[in-house]
Design a protein around this ligand. Structure first.
Ligand SMILES: Cc1ncc(COP(=O)(O)O)c(C=O)c1O
Length: 387
């Protein structure tokens, strides 16, 4: 325990020495392709605002209109007096959009994941988690009384080998849909088959697929035509492609009723502002109607990948908006990120413990808000620096 300021200071010093120290950047502009950050104009390739909706005028208007009706704070939890008609309408819209019986809002994706895993997995149960799952799923599993087995990344044989050894208790398989730091996609069809074969629950966290994938943006499970019976627990966030904030779990009526009674991060926290719910409803309408946003994003991803290949810049195997470049050493990743910053480009260096040891990377994210000239500028600077 670091029960002495000296120990904390030493730990911080050590962290700096290892090139793992983290600091806040100060943004002075809305989330968009060109941002003013720490007093500098930057081209932003470090945002999860994949569809360019975080600063959309119609979404802002809905937010403002809702504050006239509901004020700013909700003042209490959903189960006390914080659940407004806007929250209810959003839950119904999300259930409808994802083709699930019902949906339940959480104030953040982190809270949704720790809430649902805690509520569902009990002592004697086993949670089977992909090794590269997001930290919120790792923490949710740790907080629950179940034991956790982590299978090799996207390796269904490794998962099945582990499943076969379980004698008693229930099973829950949980995976990111689009892996947040790698950009690759889980084999959700195989996971659904395996879950069915082994009588396991299956939960998919579609934080990075919701909005960007599927015929009208309902996410990875829509793209893969996986329904509630195939994937009974769907989680997605609203702070990424949707451009607002919060998250939801979608599934059966019984699942949602159970979570309302038991998910502590839903019960014991203030409901998200109603204006966020109202703004999200408008965002969902735009996501469904404006296919061009997904099409443009796909074009930009293709353009980036092609340009990188021409310049012999090694990318990770991803076809999504998350296009990381693995560097390895944290020091080197930080240096390149700093060099890019000096050239007017914001590209974050993602280091352990967010990613495994010796796999620091530049996490480039593309957005509909970018254009090809911006992507070319990024490629050209990466080339000049010599990645
Ligand atoms: C896969 C995944 N799940 C959950 C979360 C947490 O969502 P939120 O930022 O809404 O807490 C994130 C990102 O932050 C994520 O990448």
């Amino acid at each position: 325990m670091k029960n002495d300021p000296k120990l904390i200071k030493n730990w911080l010093k050590q962290r700096k020495k290892q090139h793992l120290y983290r600091t806040h950047r100060l943004s002075e502009s809305p989330q968009q392709a060109c941002m003013r950050i720490d007093g500098k104009q930057l081209l932003n390739f470090s945002s999860n605002d994949y569809l360019g909706l975080a600063n959309h005028p119609d979404i802002i208007t809905s937010f403002k209109v809702a504050t006239d009706i509901y004020g700013v704070g909700t003042g209490s939890a959903h189960l006390i007096s914080g659940h407004t008609k806007a929250h209810q309408a959003l839950e119904e819209a999300l259930a409808d959009f994802t083709g699930r019986e019902r949906a339940l809002l959480f104030s953040t994706g982190y809270m949704a994941n720790i809430g649902v895993l805690n509520a569902l997995a009990e002592r004697g149960d086993v949670i089977y988690a992909d090794r590269l799952n997001h930290a919120s799923l790792v923490d949710g599993a740790l907080l629950s009384k179940a034991s956790t087995k982590r299978y090799q990344h996207n390796d269904t044989h490794s998962l099945e080998r582990q499943l076969k050894t379980q004698q008693t208790g229930n099973k829950l398989i949980v995976s990111d849909g689009v892996f947040s730091m790698d950009g690759d996609i889980a084999k959700v069809n195989s996971l659904a088959n395996i879950a069915n074969k082994h009588q396991a629950w299956l939960m998919i966290d579609d934080a990075h697929g919701f909005g960007t994938l599927g015929t009208n943006g309902a996410g990875l499970l829509q793209q893969q035509q996986l329904e509630q019976d195939d994937v009974p627990i769907l989680m997605a966030t609203l702070g990424k492609a949707v451009g607002t904030a919060g998250a939801f779990i979608a599934g059966s009526e019984a699942l949602i009723e159970y979570l309302i009674q038991t998910a502590r991060s839903h019960i014991f926290t203030t409901a998200m502002p109603a204006a966020i719910a109202a703004a999200t409803l408008t965002s969902l309408d735009i996501i469904k109607k404006e296919n061009w946003r997904r099409e443009k994003l796909q074009r930009l991803i293709k353009h980036f990948k092609q340009g990188a290949a021409e310049r012999k810049i090694g990318l990770m195997p991803s076809n999504t908006a998350i296009q990381p470049i693995k560097i390895g050493s944290s020091k080197k990743a930080l240096t390149i990120s700093q060099q890019l910053l000096e050239r007017g480009l914001l590209v974050s260096a993602i280091r352990p413990p967010t990613v495994p040891d010796n796999s620091a990377r530049l996490r480039i994210t593309l957005s509909t808000a970018h254009n090809t000239a911006m992507v070319d500028e990024l490629l050209s600077q990466l080339d000049t620096i010599g990645i």
